[in-house]
Unconditional design. Structure first.
Lengths: 119, 111
């Protein structure tokens, strides 16, 4: 079974530029997450989708970040304009279920992440 | 806001030593997960504990969920260099499917 795919793996941009990340979740997984992981910290949830609807975007800086999940499959996360403090790893994760916390039978699978450096 | 605090943040030990990592919160979680993350990769799930007082073993790793479901620990016996990595605990919110992560413990096991 293929895992969660993300691209690009690395991106270097200058501040005030825009950037987009792409995520392809595991086939059939209804729930998709975007996390931001700053060096030395744990992942922080930015946005959670169930199918193509947003469930939680309370920690998404909506003045510069946007995300969409077309047709309930692939997802893109965009930053415009980028700031220095956006330098981080952006992780995408997916899981099969749609409601409640994953039981031991459900797992959140993470992609390898996109490393963003804003200069 | 629910928070999870991990300690220690950094740990450097010799191969063969034992270690324990702690994950504490003032909030109750429906379950607690432990992940291991290697450089350049996403976190990989090690275990999920759901019952207060639950203990799970995975080879040399022992995971425990506190009786009140507010804290957890990860104990590694006879650490190996392959155990090197970032260990993350994450608490689950039962009604939202949301995970709250701790800040992680970076473990370095030296040969």
């Amino acid at each position: 079974e293929a895992g969660v795919a993300q691209s690009p793996r690395y991106k270097i941009i200058e501040k005030r530029q825009s950037v987009a990340f792409w995520c392809n979740p595991i086939s059939g997984h209804a729930t998709l997450y975007w996390y931001q992981q700053i060096l030395g910290q744990g992942p922080k949830l930015l946005i959670q989708f169930q199918n193509n609807g947003v469930v939680d975007d309370s920690q998404l800086p909506k003045d510069r970040f946007s995300a969409e999940r077309l047709k309930g499959v692939d997802s893109t996360l965009k930053i415009q304009p980028a700031k220095l403090e956006d330098s981080a790893v952006y992780l995408c994760a997916s899981r099969q279920g749609v409601t409640g916390f994953p039981t031991p039978k459900e797992t959140q699978y993470f992609g390898p992440g996109t490393r963003l450096l804003v200069l | 806001t629910q928070l999870l605090e991990q300690s220690p943040q950094f740990l450097s030990i010799q191969e063969g030593e034992n270690l324990t990592v702690y994950c504490n919160s003032s909030s109750v979680f429906s379950s607690l997960q432990w992940y291991r993350q290697e450089p350049g990769e996403g976190p990989v799930l090690l275990v999920t504990v759901v019952t207060g007082g639950e203990v799970k073993k995975l080879k040399r790793l022992t995971f425990q969920f506190g009786d009140a479901r507010k804290d957890s620990s990860l104990h590694i016996t006879a650490a190996q260099t392959g155990d090197t990595g970032l260990y993350l605990c994450a608490g689950g919110e039962s009604n939202t499917g949301k995970l709250i992560f701790g800040q992680g413990t970076t473990l370095q096991v030296k040969p």
